[in-house]
Ligand binder design. Structure first.
Ligand code: PBG
Length: 329
């Protein structure tokens, strides 16, 4: 390769010799602006309930989320994302609770939006917290039906926008939903509401702890391989993103994160759209358990997050957002 130089006139260690020179040649850095903090919410009063499979992560009742939102604002975390855990009785085959304007997410949105202006809120669009079979859409003849599901997702999106959601985040992987959601948002006067498409979402085994957190794990029948991507594929991701950009996505996401850094880079190299990464629950728990066991030190957290920046992603949805923001400030 040209311009590479050669030893001994070239010594790469010279640029690594002191802290100041290392800082001068640093190619990537993590800032608090890169963080999106997922928060699990549930019914009840004065509850902060540990999630067994995610040490250090809790589910909060709505009266307890003020403290979290204030903390996020104080640390300048730009955005939070809300995930509800529904009691079993509120679940059915159609996920109708998703369209109830007094459901947990809607109440949380109203509560937060009324009091706090300086933080963005993102909400998932998908039916899995609300269905008694744990799938992201409605089931016909044994598979998740695409076009009927989209009709419900469009309604769910409009409802969340009405309640003050800033970023609508379809995580369902139905074909064509971004376009229909965008069209309806625009029609109803929500031109300013952004869409983050979970465009490249793999059928991953790293979601286990999350499904535990939202209570869909035991319910889930089968797997999600007929709508989420096969982890053996990466070129297909380019087609997913191309379609979603055409349909009006403001940002796209690659999920999970660390095992898919190559995919993040592929998307970044092919498109000029902000690429979000999701360091998912299974990644979080692997790292957290290893820290708790003293297998590794907590320095691996920042190292793991910088890997996303190197690959070309920012921001990053991570359950470490709160503790990392503390370290960065
Ligand atoms: C639901 C959804 C999932 C996650 C975010 N939104 C799980 C799934 O698709 O089964 C996973 C997040 C995580 O594991 O942290 N559509």
């Amino acid at each position: 390769m040209k311009y590479m130089g050669s030893f001994p006139s070239t010594r790469l260690r010279r640029n690594r010799r002191n802290d100041w020179t290392r800082r001068l040649v640093q190619e990537n850095a993590l800032s608090v602006n890169d963080l999106i903090w997922p928060i699990f919410i549930r019914e009840g009063k004065n509850i902060k309930e540990p999630i067994d499979s995610m040490p250090g992560v809790f589910r909060y009742s709505l009266d307890n989320i003020h403290e979290l939102v204030k903390r996020a604002i104080k640390k300048k975390i730009p955005m939070i994302t809300l995930f509800p855990k529904k009691p079993q009785i509120k679940k059915n085959s159609k996920g109708s609770e998703a369209l109830n304007k007094n459901n947990l997410v809607c109440r949380a949105l109203r509560l937060i939006k009324k009091k706090y202006k300086k933080i963005g809120i993102m909400c998932d669009v998908a039916l899995d917290p609300y269905t008694d079979h744990g799938h992201d859409g409605i089931i016909k003849k044994g598979i998740v039906e695409n076009d009927q599901t989209i009709k419900i997702l469009v309604k769910q999106s409009i409802l969340q926008a009405k309640m003050g959601c800033d970023v609508i985040a379809p995580s369902d992987m139905m074909d064509g939903r971004i376009g229909q959601i965008r069209k309806e948002l625009d029609k109803k006067g929500f031109q300013h509401v952004q869409i983050l498409s979970y465009a490249v979402k793999y059928a991953s085994h790293f979601y286990g702890p999350f499904r535990d957190a939202v209570g869909s794990k035991k319910l889930l029948k089968g797997d999600k391989k007929d709508y989420q991507m096969d982890f053996r594929n990466s070129r297909e991701a380019i087609r997913e993103v191309a379609l979603d950009i055409k349909e009006g996505a403001d940002f796209v996401m690659v999920k999970p994160g660390m095992p898919y850094l190559d995919v993040i880079k592929t998307i970044k190299d092919n498109f000029k759209i902000p690429v979000f990464a999701y360091q998912v629950s299974g990644e979080y728990s692997l790292i957290k358990n290893a820290i708790n066991n003293k297998t590794v030190t907590e320095d691996v957290i920042i190292e793991s997050l910088v890997s996303f920046k190197r690959a070309g992603a920012s921001p990053i949805v991570t359950y470490f957002a709160d503790e990392v923001a503390e370290k960065l400030s």
